[in-house]
Design a protein around this ligand. Sequence first.
Ligand code: 6PG
Length: 252
Amino acid sequence: MPTWAYELIVAADRSALSTLAAERFVAAAQVAIAARGAFAVALSGGSTPRDLYALLASEPWRERVDWARTSVFWGDERAVPPDDPRSNYRLARETLLEAVPLPAENVHRPLAEHLPAATVASDYAGLIGRLVPSEAGVPRFDLVLLGLGDDGHTASLLPASALVHESARLVAVTDREREGTLRVTFTPPLLCNAAALLFLVAGSDKAAALRELLRGEARPDRYPAQVVRQARGLVTLLVDRAAAADLPQALP
Ligand code: 6PG
């Protein structure tokens, strides 16, 4: 049984999960802005964070974040145009960014549709290096939002991908397609240097992957989300009861 430090919070349902996530988002922003006058957050894609983004765009949550001091990045992005339905940027733009007073210059979308993709990745890493303060020589995000795929991936670190073992680059192009597109993704060194990693995991289809992430033997090639076991900061998993079904001790 692996021993690594994480915080597991089981919410009654997706709505409760999103409310808890909004509380964590606001808290992370307030702590960062109080400490250094700025908040750097990397958003995730997928469907689970949609409700969180909508919540943050609504009262009273919208007023609780100092958007003028917030900078938004993406932990991964598909190689599609920004108006493509598959775009993680489009998801955030439609549900959150258009509804809050976040300065346009604080929105840092990875230009994943541009070519060559490897240049996009290195350019994005360079941008992050310029804008996000480093610790131990690696940019340190105040908060990185993550999802968990039913196959055990997180961000776009996919099963059997060499990126699971990437130790130098901070952002890279996937060597696997998923849903027909290549992607640009944060790599383990960048993910694991964040002050806080916040997973949002909902649905019974995630139960096995969550069990393997938290309690399975170390097999990051099979369950890439396990790379967060090397995280230096706080790893929090906000899950619903359905996703926690294989974690008997987790249920109250
Ligand atoms: C993406 C995400 C991906 C996502 C998981 C979970 O670009 O799709 O970065 O890692 O977070 O696949 O997705 P759901 O929230 O839809 O379950």
